[in-house]
Each structure stands twice: as C-alpha cells, then as structure tokens.
Design a protein around this ligand. Sequence first.
Ligand SMILES: Nc1ncnc2c1ncn2[C@@H]1O[C@H](COP(=O)(O)OP(=O)(O)OP(=O)(O)O)[C@@H](O)[C@H]1O
Length: 195
Amino acid sequence: MLQKDCCPLVIAGPSGSGKSTLLNRLFEEFPDKFGFSVSHTTRAPRPGEENGKHYYFTSKEVMQKQIENGEFIETATYSGNLYGTSKLAVENVQRTGKICILDIEIEGVKQIKNSSLNARYIFIKPPSLEELEQRLKKRKTETEESLRRRLNTAKIELEYGKQPGNFDIVIENDNLGKAYEKLREFISYKWNINT
Ligand SMILES: Nc1ncnc2c1ncn2[C@@H]1O[C@H](COP(=O)(O)OP(=O)(O)OP(=O)(O)O)[C@@H](O)[C@H]1O
C-alpha cells in the first residue's frame, strides 16, 4: 500500500481534453480523499472561477519575483501566460492528509519529474483534434486566436503523451462516463482506495 502523502497525482492533457470535468467528478465522489493543488496563473479568470479555489490569479511581475525566490515547484508559459505550482499549494493539501492532485501543463510535468515529488502521472487524451476543437468552441472560453494556440500546443502535447514511459496511464476521453470509470479504477488501485 502506498503512503497517502507520498504520491501526488499529476493529471495532464491538452486544453479541452476534459481534465477539469473528470476531476470535478472525482472531488464530488470523494470529497474527503483528494485535495486540489491550486495553481497560480497570470491569465484572466473565466466566468465562475474563484481566486484561491480554481487558481490564484496573479500578475506577471509578482509571480516572476516569487519564482526567483524559489517558491515554485514548477512553472510553465502557456498561451502567453505564466502558470505554476507553489510549494505551499502542495503542502497545504498534504497537511490535510488528502491525496494531492495537480492539473498541470506538459512543461510542468517534466519539471515535476525532476523534483522530489514522487508522483503518479495520468494523461487525458481527446478522441481526435477535431473533437477537441469542437469541445473548446462549445465551452465558449476561447477567442479565435487562443483556440488556434491551444490546438497547436495540443499537437505537441499529444506527441509527448504517447511516448512510452511518460505517463502511468493514458485515458481517452471519448465517452465521459467510461473515461471517468478508468480514472477511478486506476486511482483506487494505485492508492488502495475502496470504491
Ligand atoms: N467526454 C466528453 N464528451 C463531450 N464533451 C466533453 C467530454 N469531456 C469534457 N467535455 C467538455 O469539453 C470541454 C472541455 O473540458 P474541460 O474544461 O474539462 O477541459 P480541460 O482539459 O480541463 O481544459 P483546460 O486545460 O483548458 O482547463 C468542457 O466544455 C466539457 O464539458
């Protein structure tokens, strides 16, 4: 059996692949077992996003200073904005005894792999780039330009996701219910959680 606090779970995948949707289900089903590592970002909040819950919304200047001070485990630039996981964000979850979940970009994944965090890695993959585009359009959060950038980045991310050894499991999110079952199964097995 794994020590709960030794193994955070890293979830990655292209924007729009369904990471938040799947994680929201997981948090709903197991509110006492998992805690979300709240990332920092310099992007603007989307409607409904709360500071300190979905992200810590900050400025480039402030975040760059904190990075220089060594306060972050990983940082990445994505679609022109800075993102990052602070050491404090992970510690805050681990202190509660919950399994820490990190939803991060591929650049961040690479950095976590070089850090002292002994994490498990899940990649969420869309059924196709066309379907990804449709979902992002439906989500109505992107401009034409940010949509293009997300789709271009997605191609690179999908390449990284399919390299053997980069992730413990790759889950295709075609049917949401089935994808969730796979996620749940993997997690309950790895963390020895009775579901
Ligand atoms: N299996 C699915 N079938 C159809 N639509 C889906 C499925 N999974 C997620 N979606 C929809 O696709 C959109 C993108 O999902 P979501 O916001 O969870 O992606 P994400 O990977 O968290 O993106 P980001 O990294 O930009 O936050 C949402 O509108 C969501 O409702």
